[in-house]
Design a protein around this ligand. Structure first.
Ligand code: MN
Length: 296
């Protein structure tokens, strides 16, 4: 399968430091990759204390946080307090509602991360929220590549994080001149984000910050790099439910979005509260003057 290349757009986040991220999903021509509905790439930056995201809510999704460099403290309204470092993953399953904050701390190196969202299927999206920190991830060495599986199963390694969709996610570190072929189920689609260096994905050049999207129907993805690369591979079964995504909420109808927005701004116990070192909360912005439509 010949991949299609997507170039990220820069998005300034509502944070105390107004950090900019590179977003490849959702894109006008790429709504999702399997159940992965959101792909933000941040850094690398020497401003290691640059991520100061005050309390904000989520519904209907799992946030998946993966660091290449740096250190970030996560706090949430179900009592979790967790520092995450490279090689570890945070899975926050929002279910019917949770609030959290993120605070990066000053380190000697850089801050470099991806923030990912997985959609929750309709039958579990109202579940109670949960948080998992996993440091015991499978690492598979193949040729000149090191693959750390943080979500689902890949190359025989299975992440211990709880999944609700048929999805996978991994970091791939490719040495200079290395080539890796990863078997992919023919029903799965996949995306390769180049976080460092450059790569060739199924024979197509993919530059730093770009994402190569591979449609279902192939049996493998072959990735090589002349200069070396650090990549994020995401994929899974196409997620066919229609969603309304707005701000930090993933729902099925405009009315559900409006209710979540009003409840967050009214400090409704649906989302809970918690102490942190940032203090304050990000209010939900105004809704647009149109009815938000579900999109597939
Ligand atoms: Mn968040």
């Amino acid at each position: 399968m010949i991949p299609k290349i997507f170039i990220p757009r820069e998005v300034v986040l509502t944070t105390r430091t107004n950090i900019a991220v590179r977003r490849t999903v959702p894109h006008r021509d790429l709504r999702r990759i399997g159940a992965w509905i959101f792909v933000d790439h941040f850094g690398p930056t020497t401003q290691t204390d640059g991520m100061v995201v005050a309390a904000h809510p989520h519904t209907g999704l799992q946030t998946v946080t993966w660091l290449f460099e740096g250190r970030v403290e996560h706090r949430d309204s179900i009592g979790s307090e967790q520092v995450i470092e490279p090689g570890q993953v945070n899975f926050m399953t929002a279910g019917r509602g949770i609030a959290h904050s993120e605070l990066s701390t000053r380190t000697a190196g850089n801050l470099h991360a991806v923030q990912l969202w997985l959609a929750l299927p309709d039958d579990v999206r109202h579940m109670a929220p949960m948080f998992e920190h996993r440091a015991d991830l499978p690492v598979v060495n193949v040729g000149g590549a090191t693959v750390t599986v943080f979500a689902g199963t890949l190359l025989g390694g299975t992440s211990p994080a709880t999944m609700f969709t048929d999805s996978f996610g991994a970091e791939i570190a490719l040495k200079r001149g290395a080539t890796i072929t990863i078997p992919i189920d023919h029903a799965h689609e996949a995306g390769v984000l180049v976080a460092e260096g450059s790569a060739i994905v199924n024979r197509v050049d993919t530059a730093h910050t770009e994402l190569a999207f591979v449609e279902p129907g192939g049996s493998s993805v072959t990735i090589s790099s002349t200069e070396g690369a650090r990549l994020v591979l995401l994929g899974g079964s196409p997620f066919t439910e229609r969603l309304v995504m707005w701000w930090n909420f993933v729902e099925r109808t405009h009315a559900e979005i409006r209710e979540a927005r009003e409840q967050w701004n009214a400090e409704d116990p649906r989302f809970g509260s918690f102490p942190d070192h940032i203090s304050g909360r990000n209010p939900a912005p105004d809704l647009p003057n149109v009815t938000l439509q579900p999109r597939g």
